[in-house]
Write a protein that binds this ligand. Structure first.
Ligand code: PRP
Length: 175
């Protein structure tokens, strides 16, 4: 089987993450401990690269969520299966996501974390598929807008395959 066709190359992703890290470091200048919240599993590679390029004090924490039904026909019901380790009250929180598709996951997260009274709550998303979005979402830092194609790599999977591909590729139906 051939490798997925390149949509966004490794070099382009690296340059974009550096750019995002610079902007975020400057926006949060003076903040003592930014909490980066990674959403498992998809965000782990983006979070690893982004967090290492920041020049401000930061820590990482993780949440795991699950959508009811299958990935292509979600009705928006999201359930938390693993919560953060630390309290975020009074702290600056940045949610880090690999992809916003329908928007249900990030909108659930924003609502759930806002009830814990963080000092601020923002989002950083590597790829956004505007054509698939069903609910309005707040994306404060965005890597790339992409068309409605099935993407894999850089944390994104296709039935758990291709997550560790170093670029973002497209899987064609029938692959
Ligand atoms: C993916 C991705 C986001 C979510 C976005 O997770 O990591 O969390 O879907 O989709 P939405 O905007 O339609 O809610 P997935 O459920 O595939 O789990 P994974 O991260 O473990 O691959």
């Amino acid at each position: 089987m051939s490798d997925p066709k390149v949509l966004i190359s490794e070099q382009t992703i690296a340059a974009k993450i550096s750019e995002l890290a610079q902007t975020i470091s400057s926006d949060y200048a003076g903040v003592e401990d930014l909490v980066m919240v990674g959403v498992l599993k998809g965000s782990f590679i983006f979070l690893a690269d982004l967090s290492r390029r920041l020049t401000i004090p930061r820590s990482v924490d993780f949440m795991a969520l699950s959508t009811y039904g299958n990935a292509t026909q979600t009705d928006g019901a999201v359930r938390m299966i693993m919560d953060l380790r630390r309290n975020i009250a009074g702290r600056h929180v940045l949610i880090v996501e690999d992809i916003v598709d329908t928007g249900y996951t990030i909108s659930y997260l924003l609502r759930a974390l806002a009830t814990r009274h963080p000092a601020s709550l923002k989002t950083c998303v590597l790829v956004h598929k505007p054509d698939r979005r069903k609910v309005p979402v707040q994306i404060d830092y965005l890597g790339f807008e992409i068309p409605d194609v099935w993407v894999v790599g850089f944390g994104l999977d296709w039935s758990e395959r291709y997550r560790t591909l170093p670029y973002i590729g497209v899987v064609e139906p029938g692959d």
